[in-house]
Design a protein around this ligand. Structure first.
Ligand code: ATP
Length: 296
């Protein structure tokens, strides 16, 4: 089911076209990475989705409606924007209780949410003393209070240490894959999200550069297979004769393009060549990301 729909969205700030005719959808049960360098227009898109920015033209819809037309937004959409501000003198639990009351949710959800984001131990501590990573977790706790099915998260990995990023990865995948939520998560650091997302939408200078399943984008035409065998020269000749392009990586390792793992395995079997390793090589994601966004 389509949970989020961005259709021909355009938004300018003076002479800057922050978002320039962007169209994509996010389906329930999947995590979509919204990627692009700083200033690409990611935040403007997400703010449009949350009715914080009025588009010049086009639409940004959640379950077919504008955010501002949703009656119980906390129960439908969980949002974390960059630089979410908190009252420094308030405790984490009180901050969330306030959100529950404002959103007409049971107050006990505050404790539940703190537990889910790993902040139960500091529920009674003032937010003013929280690290950036703890604030990010608290913002996420606020987003899950209403048990929504759609999440819109702007750079949620900012300020998290590697353990925090690992935790976030599991958390977002759980929301999407176990609970069926649609998760749209922005980042300008591809490596932060590459192990989390199912689909990617890449933006550069306001324009959509590429979109699709992560696996398709990272393999594409350039897909290669790494093969290890003690009889590398013999296998290389056979692969080339079968039409593959073969690169000798080390004495016993080949990088093969133009044949998939199965075909390579069959060819080796026919010649009784033992393969000690066969693996699909992903092209370097960061490289793909840079190539797609550079010079645009
Ligand atoms: N309120 C505003 N007033 C003027 N210009 C703005 C405003 N908001 C965004 N812009 C400009 O629009 C462009 C896109 O900004 P946006 O914040 O959407 O990008 P981003 O991809 O989220 O980048 P970042 O990763 O740095 O947050 C930038 O050139 C930015 O300076």
């Amino acid at each position: 089911m389509t949970a989020i729909e961005i259709r021909n969205l355009v938004k300018s700030f003076g002479a800057v076209k922050a978002v320039d005719d962007v169209t994509f959808t996010v389906e329930a049960g999947s995590v979509t990475g919204y990627l692009g360098p700083n200033g690409a227009g990611k935040t403007t898109t997400l703010r449009s989705l949350l009715s914080l920015v009025t588009p010049d033209s086009g639409e940004a819809l959640i379950h077919g409606r504008r955010y501002r037309d949703i009656e119980a937004p906390l129960a439908e959409v969980g949002a974390v924007l960059e630089a979410t501000s908190f009252h420094p003198g308030r405790t984490a639990a009180n901050h969330l209780r306030g959100l529950c009351i404002a959103g007409r949710l049971p107050v006990k959800r505050a404790e539940e949410a703190l537990g889910q984001v790993g902040l139960a131990d500091v529920a009674g501590k003032r937010v003013g003393g929280f690290s950036l990573g703890m604030r990010q977790r608290l913002a996420l706790a606020g987003a899950i209070l209403g048990r929504p099915r759609v999440f819109i998260l702007d750079e949620p990995a900012n300020g998290l240490d590697p353990a925090g990023i690992e935790w976030l990865r599991g958390f977002l995948r759980h929301l999407a894959h176990d609970q069926g939520a649609a998760v749209l998560v922005s980042s300008h650091v591809l490596s932060e999200v590459e192990q989390t997302v199912d689909d990617v939408v890449i933006l550069a200078r306001g324009k959509l550069v590429r979109q699709g399943a992560l696996d398709e984008i990272v393999t594409g035409d350039d897909a290669s297979v790494r093969v290890r065998t003690a009889r590398a020269p013999e296998l290389a000749d056979a692969l080339e004769a079968a039409g593959a392009t073969v690169e000798r990586v080390t004495e016993d390792t080949l990088r093969v393009r133009g044949l998939d793992s199965e075909a390579i395995g069959q060819l080796a079997l026919d010649r009784r060549i033992v393969l000690t390793e066969v693996g699909q090589e992903r092209s370097d994601l960061q490289k793909v990301f840079l190539e797609l966004t550079e010079g645009r």
